[in-house]
Design a protein around this ligand. Structure first.
Ligand SMILES: Nc1ncnc2c1ncn2[C@@H]1O[C@H](COP(=O)(O)OP(=O)(O)OP(=O)(O)O)[C@@H](O)[C@H]1O
Length: 279
């Protein structure tokens, strides 16, 4: 569905995206996981044609996304990181405006708005101005808006950043149900749990480069399913093991603060980059 080849974006001396290669299949839920400044937003902006690329290529179902190419534009729905809803308009009007921009006939527009407000549990706030909405409600409305024209590929840039855990879980459920209905999703995040829970495959991104790629389980297997965390020489160190028994044997020889736990994507990220996703 989405093929990215040798994609580069430079801002002066800064290489925000550095020769990125990536293929995302139809119906896949793919996550770009990385710390602030890794180049995730820039990648999504290039796919959605908001930022021109320096070099390389992007193709969606064999077509290059071009601002003026309606057939490709129709295939993509975008949920940007920052709220760009019309705050002086109601939820309904925001969706209505999007439907008009995409030339959806009136009857279809109305039906879709009702459906999406219900899906995002915003039906009872349809007539309220967006400026009265909570952060979570705004984010849900942005997802509804991106889905208005029935895109085949949904791009989400940090969809739950700044939201409290309960609202975050609600949004995860919405995204899971979209994915189980066959929508292709590309999400960027710096939340480990978000990537682990939602994504079929994850690309670890650091300093504009894709460092590792695979399913969360496969990536974790690469480093070892269990980790012993211990404090030595003034710093927290980690050793990885394939089995809990091996981890226990190693841990039993250590003194002081020692913890055995299952490995996660944060461990994978640290192992391959020497940095934390939260850095
Ligand atoms: N418009 C711009 N002008 C100059 N530099 C930019 C611009 N946009 C991004 N950058 C730089 O490109 C690099 C990648 O930024 P990008 O926003 O893509 O990272 P990110 O992984 O999405 O992080 P975040 O989650 O903080 O947005 C950073 O070094 C950033 O400072």
């Amino acid at each position: 569905m989405l093929v990215i080849k040798d994609l580069v974006k430079k801002y002066g001396d800064i290489t925000a995206v550095d020769h990125l290669n990536l293929e995302i299949g139809k119906g896949e839920f793919f996550g770009l996981l990385g710390p602030n400044g890794a180049g995730k937003t820039t990648t999504v902006r290039m796919i959605s044609t908001l930022t021109p690329m320096t070099s390389g290529s992007i193709s969606i179902d064999g077509q290059s996304p071009d601002r003026n190419l309606t057939s490709v534009k129709l295939k993509i729905g975008v949920v940007p990181q920052h709220n760009n809803l019309e705050s002086e308009m109601t939820a309904w009007e925001n969706l209505e405006m999007h439907g008009r921009l995409y030339n959806m006939p009136k009857a279809i527009r109305r039906k879709r708005i009702v459906e999406l407000l219900e899906f995002t549990e915003l039906s009872d706030r349809a007539g309220d101005l967006v400026k009265t909405f909570s952060g979570g409600m705004k984010r849900k409305l942005m997802i509804a808006r991106a889905l208005m024209h029935r895109p085949e590929l949904l791009l989400l840039d940090e969809p739950t950043v700044g939201l409290d855990p309960a609202v975050r879980r609600k949004i995860w459920d919405l995204l899971k149900s979209l994915s189980s209905n066959g929508l292709t999703v590309l999400l960027t995040t710096h939340y480990i749990e978000e990537a682990e829970i939602l994504c079929h495959r994850v690309g670890l991104m650091d300093k504009g480069k894709l460092v590792e790629l695979g399913s969360p389980d496969k990536l974790i297997e690469k480093v070892g399913k269990f980790v012993v965390e211990f404090f030595e020489d003034g710093e927290t160190k980690r050793e990885f093991f394939e089995t809990r028994d091996d981890a226990v044997v190693f841990a039993s020889k250590l003194h002081g603060s020692v913890k055995i736990r299952s490995s996660n994507l944060e461990d994978v990220f640290i192992k391959f980059t020497n940095r934390r996703v939260g850095d």
